[in-house]
Design a protein around this ligand. Structure first.
Ligand code: GSH
Length: 217
């Protein structure tokens, strides 16, 4: 009997979407369980699966995995489907670099500061903080610059086969460009802007678009 595959996460989480994009690119069917980690009380049972109370967690039968990079690498090796990790060593190194840049330097300014304060909070009736937006934009510029350099070089993010670099970066850029300031900042990084203009039309990206809470009102 095939073991159930359940992605436990929050529909608006970029990390949850990274796992979803990866599952879609691999053509793996899965169920979802909605867990909002920003609630004051994360369900006790969920903390047993993720001791840090974040999302997502992927459950394959009784095997639980947390940390998105580990989840995506598991999806790559446990299931058939197109390869999303290159075998060539330089391309593989660039994939790891993009993932690490996004996690270490991109997520907070691009998502938690620019997108959250300019787009998400207003969509739930809250007022965004302009200082957070300005700081986030400033900190996003070197991140876009570094990613643009890697996209220009050609190993990743440049129109070749889809890799985990695309899956990891796409949800962050999808949110960032919903802020006018974010869209503007991307425009001046032409290799990265070209990458996004093409990738944003891919089925895996379109199918996993969570929209905004206000879309459901
Ligand atoms: N290192 C974690 C990061 C996951 C993460 O930060 N997820 C966010 C949602 S996008 C979260 O659960 N935040 C809850 C919180 O910060 O309390 C991973 O790679 O999975």
């Amino acid at each position: 009997m095939t073991k159930p595959i359940i992605l436990r996460g929050y529909q608006y989480s970029v990390y949850n979407r990274i796992a979803r994009v990866t599952l879609h690119e691999k053509g793996v069917a899965y169920e979802t369980e909605e867990i909002d980690p920003f609630q004051t009380e994360v369900p006790e049972g969920f903390l047993r699966r993720h001791p840090f109370g974040r999302v997502p967690v992927l459950s394959h039968g009784d095997f639980d995995i947390y940390e998105t990079t580990a989840i995506c690498r598991y999806i790559e090796s446990a299931f058939d489907g197109p390869r999303i990790l290159p075998t060539e060593e330089k391309a593989l190194a660039r994939v790891a670099q993009v993932v690490s840049i996004v996690d270490s330097y991109g997520y907070r300014p691009m998502v938690r500061q620019v997108f959250a304060h300019r787009v998400f909070r207003p969509s739930v009736g809250e007022v965004g903080n302009e200082v957070e937006i300005a700081e986030g934009l400033k900190a996003s510029v070197p991140v876009l610059g570094a990613l643009n350099t890697l996209a220009s070089e050609g190993y990743v993010l440049s129109g070749g086969a889809i890799t985990l670099a695309d899956c990891h970066l796409a949800p962050m850029v999808a949110y960032f460009v919903q802020a006018a300031e974010g869209a503007n900042a991307l425009k001046s990084h032409s290799a990265l802007a070209d990458w996004w203009s093409s990738l944003s039309q891919r089925q895996a990206i379109l199918e996993t678009d969570p929209g905004l809470p206000s879309d459901q009102a």
